[in-house]
Write a protein that binds this ligand. Structure first.
Ligand code: NAD
Length: 390
């Protein structure tokens, strides 16, 4: 019997094994993940701001996959493509006939001095929890230190992760001010962005709503300000510098380091795939999600989002089943459902491409975000998990 090995249990990996089971793939299916839980990476900003707990956004992998899937809890070190083997940290190497590589993302620092050492990334549950603990410890310290940098927070970058984190942070701030008896007028929150625009991928009126909302809640936004260095308590650019004892590093992501370690041809640990999501030099190997660069009809590559990862996984599973049956594979076609950017638990902006083109802002977006999140939990897990994730 052929063996399909799926690496990573993020959105892409879990959806792949679920689809392989649904399509009754005639093969042994092995899923490898370094943790025994899945986490909703689209909600890490809520853990970091302290509006949600890890239990709210995680679930046990064994609770949601079919018993027909063999789950291996281990860390992938390297893929030996010539031997068709996956090398693991703690257990024996696993060989494969088909590989679905969905090892996910890591924080991107672009080699900026101090970013690794002093920036707090939001890339997994431990890092989001560490960012929250650092923030609370620093705010709590103010009563002793009287150091105003304890009351300053810098968010580096203004992509979706930064904006959603800021939305959650300003929502929680009144509670933090009360908890640590902080002087409200001395709190400063900076958002420092290299590009000229905030949320350029959204319609201008939606981006403006998000900017106005954050500014009204005290966030100072600086565009055209590429960060060149960070230290323990400052963020530097060519012309400006900001000081703070909490520095959140959300300037973008790259694929897993395992990609470079395994010798793939890659750019920022993303591997260019064929339109059917397999590799041109090994059509039994599929690379999807944040480690993948999937060609889009406009001649560029698709961005890396949860929604796209799930769509890619659905096709990768279908194409492997086609190959097992000796049938041709199909190309990736993305049917975009739209984008939701939350601004705290009860506000946000959304551009939806469902039954027409909708753009929404304000309070009515909140239940939508919940529905989008619930949909992903529901699709990956089961109804019980969806109810428990409230
Ligand atoms: P991103 O790449 O979308 O945004 C990072 C931002 O940091 C960019 O605006 C970039 O210009 C800025 N930046 C980079 N280097 C900088 C520097 N030296 N100084 C100042 N600014 C700098 O990254 P992200 O927000 O982590 O998102 C990663 C992916 O996940 C994206 O594809 C995003 O669309 C997706 N995502 C989507 C949602 C959502 O749909 N609600 C939420 C989170 C993430």
């Amino acid at each position: 019997m052929k063996k399909i090995v799926v690496l990573g249990a993020g959105y892409a990996g879990l959806r792949t094994v679920k689809e392989l089971i649904r399509l009754k793939a005639d093969a042994q299916i092995v899923l490898v993940n370094k943790n025994d839980y899945h986490y909703e990476s689209t909600q890490l900003h809520e853990i970091a701001a302290g509006t949600k707990e890890p239990d709210d956004i995680t679930f046990k992998i064994m609770d949601v996959i079919s018993p027909k899937v063999h789950f291996v809890k281990d860390e992938v070190l390297k893929i030996d493509r010539s031997k068709r083997q996956v090398q693991l940290k703690n257990s024996q190497a696993i060989s494969y006939d088909y590989l679905v590589n969905c090892l996910g993302f890591e924080s991107e620092t672009f080699g900026i001095k101090g970013a690794d050492e002093f920036g707090l990334p939001l890339i997994d549950v431990p890092s989001a929890l560490a960012a929250r603990k650092h923030l609370e410890k620093t705010l709590a310290n103010y009563s002793k230190s009287q150091d105003e940098n304890d009351l300053h927070i810098i968010v580096c970058g203004a992509g979706f992760t930064s904006i959603e984190y800021l939305g959650e942070l300003v929502y929680r701030l009144p509670e933090l001010i009360k908890k640590y008896d902080l002087p409200k007028d001395k709190i400063k929150i900076y958002c420092v962005e290299a590009g000229p625009k905030i949320l350029p991928m959204l319609r201008p009126n939606l981006a403006k709503y998000a900017i106005d909302y954050l500014e009204k809640h005290g966030v100072e936004i600086h565009t055209n300000t590429p960060i060149t260095e960070i230290t323990a308590n400052s963020v530097l650019s060519k012309d400006l510098s900001f000081t703070a004892n909490t520095i959140i590093w959300t300037t973008g992501v790259k694929g897993s380091h395992v990609i470079a370690d395994s010798g793939y041809q890659q750019h920022r640990n993303r591997v260019a795939v064929s339109t059917d999501l397999s590799l041109p030099d090994d059509t039994n190997e599929f690379v999807i999600g944040d480690v993948s660069a999937v060609p889009s009809p406009d001649g560029r590559f698709y961005p890396t989002t949860g929604q796209i990862s799930i769509a890619e996984a659905t096709l990768a599973a279908k194409n492997i089943v086609a190959k097992l049956q000796g049938k041709p594979t199909a190309p990736f076609v993305f049917n975009n459902l739209g984008t939701v950017c939350s601004l705290g638990p009860f506000n946000g902006v959304a551009e939806l491409l469902l039954a027409g083109h909708w753009h929404l802002k304000g309070l009515k977006v909140a239940p939508l975000k919940r529905i989008v999140n619930d949909r992903s939990v529901l699709e990956l897990a089961h109804f019980k998990t969806m109810l428990e994730s409230k």
